[in-house]
Design a protein around this ligand. Structure first.
Ligand code: FES
Length: 69
């Protein structure tokens, strides 16, 4: 699995099927990718809603690769 930290933005996760649990709620998403908030400002956590642009979030780009999955 690879997580991409977009410059001044969210974390992009590539996949095909995601199982998301937030509190008691669980859902399965059939999508090629999801964008996770890392600025803390999204009202749709754990997903990015674009608020990072409005609040001027700044962070460098990067990559995290999970080995052995
Ligand atoms: S990273 Fe986009 S709303 Fe937080």
């Amino acid at each position: 699995m690879k997580l991409e930290f977009l410059e001044n933005g969210p974390i992009r996760v590539e996949g095909a099927r995601f199982r998301v649990r937030v509190g008691e709620k669980e859902e399965v998403l059939e999508k090629p990718r999801v964008f996770l908030c890392r600025c803390g400002g999204s009202s749709r956590k754990p997903f990015c809603d674009g608020t990072h642009k409005a609040i001027g979030f700044q962070a460098p780009a990067g990559v995290l690769e999970v080995e052995g999955d």
